[in-house]
Design a protein around this ligand. Structure first.
Ligand SMILES: [Fe+2]
Ligand SMILES: [Fe+2]
Length: 302
């Protein structure tokens, strides 16, 4: 029996110092103010980079085969910050089968100017698909096949939000339309499938997120997962960890919250032994390191 162990983290929000960065001057001050206010910069995420490095140690100690980051690696998504974040995740990317990523809205906060690096460019080596014939929008939806029983399918739900008060997401129609076909493919459907995206299709109580903060086509995503017997929808964006089941889909939803925010610091560990045999266990930042909480382990299928 070959077990696959996945370490899922999200919303680490590392920020570069910006000092001496030419880009900084070009940014909209109101945007900066809003991002800072949202993240309560300085307090909540002061140790973010240190914690991400500790996550790499945790992944190694756990024997995680693959790591999964569901977006919001940065605060403002500037090219220097993206490069800094890519460097900081090197430890988690050193897992034997690597790091799988989807971008969050903060990683695409602003449209890159001509010649400036975007998330897709800086994280290019991590955005791959094993089934390119199923992709319709660059690598999206991407499919990664791990061992005999696990697939991770990524859809992008993040986009730049030029409107200051809006931080909602939307999966591009082409990706959402392609998803049922991807998930029905016999190379995918017969496995345990983690459907990974940044935005939360539902909150902890099963209700939809607010219009200006949530996923516009959440119902479409839940409906598109109908071909799957076994798997989970895994995401971030909401900075509070939870798992919830909703009537719209057989798959449980797992939100990693923010893995680095002070007072939060959650991660999920998924162990997949067979397509229909998998467990989820919470992990938590203790102040010095991440630790697994074995008492939280639960089977995903009765
Ligand atoms: Fe976030
Ligand atoms: Fe987000």
């Amino acid at each position: 029996m070959t077990r696959m162990r996945v370490l899922h983290f999200s919303d680490v929000h590392v920020e570069d110092g910006f000092e001496g960065v030419r880009w900084w001057r070009f940014l909209n001050k109101r945007l900066i103010g809003l991002a800072n206010q949202r993240l309560r910069r300085g307090a909540s995420f002061a140790r973010a980079a240190e914690k991400v490095r500790a996550l790499g140690d945790f992944a190694e100690a756990l024997g995680a085969d693959v790591t999964l980051g569901t977006g919001d690696f940065t605060v403002l998504g500037t090219p220097p910050e993206l490069r800094y974040a890519r460097d900081v995740v090197s430890g988690v990317a050193a897992a034997p089968l690597g790091l799988v990523v989807v971008p969050g809205n903060h990683d695409l906060y602003i449209e890159p100017s001509a010649g400036e690096a975007s998330f897709a460019e800086v994280f290019d080596d991590l955005l791959r698909t094993d089934l390119p014939e199923l992709a319709v929008d660059g690598p999206w939806p991407f499919v990664r096949l791990f061992g005999a029983h696990l697939a991770i399918v990524g859809v992008n739900s993040a986009r730049p939000n030029p409107q200051i008060a809006r931080s909602s997401g939307r999966i591009p129609d082409a990706q959402l339309e392609a998803l049922p076909r991807v998930l029905s493919d016999p190379r995918v459907r017969t496995r345990f499938v983690l459907v990974a995206t940044h935005y939360a299709p539902r909150l902890w109580d099963g209700s939809p997120d607010r219009r200006l903060h949530g996923l516009e086509n959440a119902d479409g995503l839940l409906a598109a997962c109908a071909p799957l017997e076994h798997g989970a929808i895994v995401h971030g964006h909401v900075h509070r960890p939870y798992r919830v089941r909703v009537p719209n889909t057989r798959l449980p939803l797992f939100c990693a919250g923010s893995s680095t925010q002070e007072g939060r610091g959650a991660v999920w560990v998924y162990d997949i032994d067979a397509p229909d045999r998998a467990t989820a266990t919470r992990g938590q930042w203790t102040g010095e390191r991440y630790e697994l909480q074995p008492e939280t382990r639960e089977a995903l299928f009765a």
